[in-house]
Design a protein. Structure first.
Length: 112
């Protein structure tokens, strides 16, 4: 579970991370980079797609600067994936709510 989030820092199970990351049910992909910095495209989510989640929670940053491309929304809809897109603070709360009831992956931008 995600214990806390503040600008540039997230704490998960007692471990602090200071780079964007993807949280899977059984692992964490730290130092996650996107093809285009503040845009999230389908290519950025290759490892997520392989996981076949029931829910994907996207944290768009402290102020919500990261934008989610339409192709991500369309893919999620076609695959029946619950897609939650929120500023990272709210997204961490949504992740903690969804993770116990659905196979959930969280992709979190920690700054901006």
């Amino acid at each position: 579970m995600i214990e806390s989030y503040s600008f540039g820092k997230i704490v998960i199970d007692g471990q602090a991370y200071t780079s964007d990351l993807i949280v899977f049910p059984n692992k964490i992909q730290s130092s996650w980079w996107r093809v285009t910095g503040h845009k999230l495209c389908l290519q950025d989510l290759e490892s997520v797609i392989k996981e076949e989640p029931e829910a994907l929670v996207v944290g768009t940053g402290f102020t919500g600067l990261m934008k989610v491309e339409e192709e991500v929304r369309t893919y999620a809809q076609e695959k029946g994936i619950t897609l939650v897109i929120e500023k990272t603070e709210k997204a961490t709360q949504s992740f903690n709510t969804l993770a116990p009831v659905k196979k959930t992956v969280g992709a979190f931008h920690l700054t901006c």
